[in-house]
Design a protein around this ligand. Structure first.
Ligand code: SF4
Length: 122
């Protein structure tokens, strides 16, 4: 169970085993930091330039992972058919911090639960 200062909910990471990648499917962007780009390209053993060309796109002035359209769903390019993250040890900061995002901090717990099965009352 993970608790974070300033948040009114906790996160049970065990729920990720049964969730089927809810946070990796659907609308939205996975934005990357410079460190993410270095870490993921190193993990994939490809150059930073190849990583950017193959797996990312520009969204205004930011860099985001691309999505794939599979069975009518938009899925993160790194979510595999078993609903596992192919880059889990080096997944982006945005993914590591979910569901403790500032944008969710003041939302009612029911709204956050709709996004993440692992969210529960502390
Ligand atoms: S990088 Fe991994 S954890 Fe992040 S959205 Fe893609 S599949 Fe999910």
């Amino acid at each position: 169970m993970i608790k974070k200062d300033g948040f009114h909910y906790c996160f049970d990471e065990q729920k990720c085993k049964i969730c089927k990648g809810k946070c990796c499917i659907g609308e939205g962007y996975v934005f990357l930091t410079d460190t993410d780009i270095i870490d993921i390209s190193g993990f994939l053993k490809i150059t930073k330039e190849d990583f950017l060309r193959l797996y990312t796109r520009k969204v205004n002035y930011k860099i985001a992972l691309i999505d794939l359209a599979i069975n009518g769903e938009k899925r993160c390019v790194f979510l595999n058919e078993r609903y596992q993250c192919e880059i889990y040890p080096k997944r982006p900061k945005q993914c590591r911090e979910f569901p403790f995002w500032d944008s969710l901090k003041d939302k009612p717990i029911e709204s956050v639960k709709e996004l993440c099965l692992g969210v529960l009352k502390c």
